[in-house]
Design a protein around this ligand. Sequence first.
Ligand code: SAM
Ligand code: SF4
Length: 335
Amino acid sequence: MTLRLPLSTLMTRAQAVKTATVGNRVYLRGLIEFSNRCRKNCYYCGIRNGNRTIGRYELTDEEVLHAVDFAWRNRYGSIVLQSGERQSAHFTARITRLLQQIKRHTQGEIGITLSCGEQSADVYRRWFEAGAHRYLLRIETSSPALYAKIHPRNPTHDFDTRLAALHHLKTIGYRTGTGVMIGLPFQTIDDMENDLRFFQQMNIDMIGMGPYIEHRDTPLYRYRDLLLPPAQRLELALKMVAALRLLMPHINIAATTALQTLHPAGREQALRAGANVFMPNITPMKYRNDYRLYDNKPCLHDAPSLCNDCTATRIQNAGDKIAYGEWGDRCNFEL
Ligand code: SAM
Ligand code: SF4
């Protein structure tokens, strides 16, 4: 199927489809990594609960609002609030309060995406009512067998629970995003083609998928010899983006940060392969080092203002334009 075609063929076709459908406009989502505290132990992730080598942090309300204000004033259409997964009543209430504050502060202008892992349908509903309208929950892989290999075997890391959470999000009315990691140990081309079919069957609104990158303080690191070399992993990730644009012409596809770890221009290449969403990191500098999901994560030292210039240049280099101040949701008539 598609992933076996040469990258240049896929990119040429995807670029034409992108221009004819979503156009050459790129939506900005300011990424706020507001806490690295997590109850889970995913085998691939640098902020997993069992990693004792990092300091744990949580932004204050003021720090979150300051970052939101930066995004709003710079006419980013939306922000993404991302964190490790926690399910306490305190955490739920805090997110609810923050959502209301953000809506008030920006006079309802800024769009809010949440990415805080698996929660009950009730919690998702409360956050939706408080102002979040998009949610990003990667399925990580659509293969239950591979999912079981990259997570501990216990009810906290259950494929069916994650899938059910995605269904809850859709039922509640969120613009629902998901995604996978590309180039995982044990992953096959068939697995990835099935991932693309999964996105289509779920009629997903947006995708954030990127290469798997090893982290030395995680259990999956011991399988690093099974990984494709960086250039081939990048090629595969770009093929996935291009193939998805061909399969789902109208959805939002992010040019993810992990691509830039494999190549300095990895995110621009993703825009050329069909992506149309860019997520500048606007987390306060002092916390960036402790949100290292994988080794050599980029943008650890770029202040948000610098990030602004860098984002504009990268998008321009890819031949696209920033759609300032727009939420950039897939229109209903295209669903
Ligand atoms: N905790 C929430 C969750 O898991 O949905 C949101 C935050 S989590 C850090 C966001 C994403 O980071 C995960 O869905 C996963 O795909 C990605 N990630 C974690 N470790 C990674 C790695 N080593 N390489 C590439 N992506 C990784
Ligand atoms: Fe926690 Fe998300 Fe990392 Fe899993 S991927 S350990 S849930 S932050």
